[in-house]
Design a protein around this ligand. Sequence first.
Ligand code: SF4
Length: 463
Amino acid sequence: MVYRSISSDPEFPMSIDLQARYRDERLPRYTSYPTAPHFSPAVSDRQYGAWLGSLESGATGSLYLHVPFCRSMCWYCGCHTTITKHDAPIADYLAVLQREIEAVAERLERRLPVRHIHFGGGTPTIMNPDELARLVDLLSARFAIAPEAEIAVEIDPRTLAPAMIAALGRSGVTRASLGVQSFDRVVQRAINRVQTVAQTAAAVDGLRAAGVRGINFDLIYGLPHQTIASCRATVAACLDMRPDRFAVFGYAHVPGFKKHQRMIDEATLPDGVARHAQAEAIADALQAAGYRRIGLDHYAMPSDPMVSAHLDRRLQRNFQGYTTDTSDALLGFGASAIGCLPQGYVQNAVGLGDYAARVGAGTLPTIKGYVLTADDRLRADLIERMMCDFAVDVAAVARRHNADPAAVFRALPRLAALQADGLVDRSGHEVRVADGARHLVRTVASAFDAYLEVPGRTFSRAV
Ligand code: SF4
């Protein structure tokens, strides 16, 4: 049998065929467990209301606000967004969003203490500065926002106006996540997102001058025409701006699900081997520049709180990816937004009309959700630790959930095959990702997933 390593570890002993099979497997990103395809209409707006009302007195919360509008469509986009050249639909949507915030707050027993707020999209900065200020004022009135709270906003540097930069600073925004993806002009044209280094640098400089301390960059590998050289060049240009964190994602090509992705010529997409090489080239360049690798796809400077959370095994995973947020409840606002409460998950109506109609009728816009079982909670804990730490003490997690460790191991039939194929090392009760196989951590985490074989689920490649 021929062995060849495509991982960062030349000793990774896996056949080419086996590596290809695991690399091309379609798997969840495990930002939740169970994943969204398992949500069902059995969880209603009334149930969500009851869950809100039963939050314990000491509970803390974090807030996610979805702004589903952009000025133009990037062909790689996997988000829920709508393209508009007009401001009126955005103003109308924000009025509904404010009404939803009021409706949720009314169902809480008290002003929920909040330490994390995230504005996502779409392009949240498509709001005008006054709209942003009104939204933040409403949140401050309805929730007990901690003075040191993290307020994060996703930013499109191509459309970020100076007035909005100033408004972000005045609103107390602490972290900006800037979409960069690739600075290669050939790649940019192929994804319909032309964004210069100068535009990006101006946004970073402006945000820092306005008092936004944390700067995150999002990069993507596996885009059309992308090469190792272009990935390295993009990283080099980014490093001049010294962002605090990077998130590096693989492009998920699912044109059957996201129709605009059909604008991307599949013949120009890198194959699995090339995707992995690009991811590793970016990882090497960032680590050489002093960034610490965190989990599957994050990189941060050593002084970053995400690094200490990672070292102390306190890192968490939620719908935005890796986070230091340890709140008891994540409340999602806006069309398609997902929330997570101690009892389970809820998701809002996805369509803008449906979302507005439900809020307008005086109900919460919940259309589906999931009630967690004891087994789900245990498996969610195992998966989260594996995704964050690349290792998990199964017995320790089982004990936290009052389960028998031997019975838990018996309920993990995929684990033995992954161990035999060299992806997993096992020492007593500890299961860890084998050296050189960290790019396959989603595969290893899937060993704890009881729903993996459910038909009809579409996920992205493992690498
Ligand atoms: S700016 Fe972001 S959300 Fe909007 S189309 Fe591009 S990738 Fe999608």
